[in-house]
Design a protein around this ligand. Structure first.
Ligand SMILES: Nc1ncnc2c1ncn2[C@@H]1O[C@H](COP(=O)(O)OP(=O)(O)O)[C@@H](O)[C@H]1O
Ligand SMILES: [Mg+2]
Length: 375
């Protein structure tokens, strides 16, 4: 009996801590476990606890709507610290590897059925780290998540906050985090490495260390009602201890050929009938470029087509080049693709790719033999 008493006392203290730090979902989880555990011993208490759980959790501790709470501002300049995006929409699709797309869909699915997770004694994923080079969709993926979850996206650019509010960064950061915790949103901490990078500067080491500590503590304690996404272009600057704090880490990368084809198709097809044909040749021409570079190049091409009155086809032809990332085999495939698609003449294909006509011809004639019979 003394044992049971100790257990109840332990749970009570835990419950108090969770309640006082404002973590309603964790409280819910604990109450759920307690109702199960104490049913044989204290059936009345278990019954009351279960009844409480039946009531909507948000009624007991309502999260405020974003519109009801003023946005946090810097105390001196009164500048807004956060950028908020509501009603997010995209003009082209987000193109990702199947693995990353699967993980993002999993995050959405978790939020769709919180009760099933709770019944299994689990939280939904609360904290996620996006790493990868610039322009490959980290910010866009955070926007996608917010859109799918029908929540506002709050963006805090740490690099900007660090440079413009030096000295008040700590209090500003706290301000923003408290605000983000009080509403149902997706919070994106962009350029997380800004904290890590500045650590080397003399004179501010103490202050920065404190900031990093504050931030990491928040990551550990982030309420399950919210989602905290941190993004960085410089994963190598982050301490391994920082990585471990996040429940999920997704490494974004440059698009591979099928992804480039998908992106080109998605960018061109609303405006252009030959998007499919061009996606095949540009899939190789853009190898090694980021999604964002590809988007920029295609937008420029469309813009010049409009201003010059020339066909888009002519502008797109200007984008054909041999990327440094193509090996010899891919270069031959590129040459062949150019010719087969009719995008260029044989002579042009040779000029662009540097592959001799004879080699192209050989590759073209031997190719069908190598191809597997359709299943
Ligand atoms: N994976 C992607 N799929 C589709 N478009 C993308 C992708 N990645 C980047 N883009 C385009 O490039 C722009 C900038 O990308 P962004 O998400 O800000 O990159 P990051 O945050 O990784 O630096 C986006 O607004 C989008 O138009
Ligand atoms: Mg970004």
């Amino acid at each position: 009996m003394a044992d049971k008493f100790t257990q109840i006392a332990g749970d009570f203290v835990h419950l108090a801590r969770l309640a006082l730090t404002g973590r309603p979902q964790d409280v819910q989880l604990l109450v759920h476990r307690a109702a199960k555990r104490y049913r044989p011993m204290l059936p009345d208490m278990a019954e009351s606890l279960s009844a409480l759980l039946q009531e909507s959790p948000t009624r007991a501790s309502p999260l405020r709507r974003a519109s009801e709470v003023p946005l946090p501002v810097d105390s001196d300049s009164r500048l807004q610290l956060l950028r908020v995006e509501n009603h997010i929409s995209f003009d082209h699709e987000l193109v990702l590897t199947p693995e990353i797309e699967g993980s993002l869909r999993q995050l959405v699915a978790e939020r769709g059925d919180p009760k099933a997770l709770r019944d299994a004694g689990l939280h939904p994923t609360r904290t996620i780290l996006f790493t990868g080079p610039p322009g490959v969709g980290k910010t866009m993926a955070a926007r996608w998540l917010a859109r799918e979850l029908k929540r506002p996206l709050l963006i805090l650019d740490l690099a900007a906050v660090m440079s413009s509010f030096l000295g008040r960064t700590g209090s500003n950061l706290r301000h923003v985090l408290d605000y983000a915790k009080s509403i149902e949103c997706v919070l994106l901490l962009d350029e997380l490495d800004a904290l890590a990078k500045r650590r080397d500067d003399r004179g501010e080491i103490g202050e920065l260390k404190r900031l990093v500590t504050v931030l990491l503590q928040e990551v550990d304690d982030w309420p399950a009602t919210g989602i905290l996404v941190a993004a960085t272009n410089h994963a190598e600057l982050l301490d391994p201890a920082v990585w471990r704090r996040f429940e999920m880490a997704l490494a974004f990368g440059l698009p591979d050929t099928p992804a480039i084809e998908g992106l080109v198709r998605s960018l061109l097809s609303p405006y252009y009938d030959d998007a499919e044909k061009w996606s095949k040749v540009l899939g190789l021409a853009f190898k090694g470029s980021s999604h964002s570079d590809i988007e920029r190049a295609l937008t420029l091409a469309r813009r010049s087509a409009v201003t010059t009155g020339q066909p888009l086809e002519d502008q797109l032809r200007g984008l054909l080049r041999v990327s440094d990332d193509l090996d010899r085999k891919e270069r031959i495939r590129f040459a062949k693709e150019l010719e087969a698609s009719g995008v260029t003449s044989q002579r042009e294909a040779q000029r662009i790719t540097g592959v001799a006509r004879e080699t192209i011809r050989k590759a073209t004639t031997t190719q069908p033999k190598k191809r597997k019979a359709p299943a």
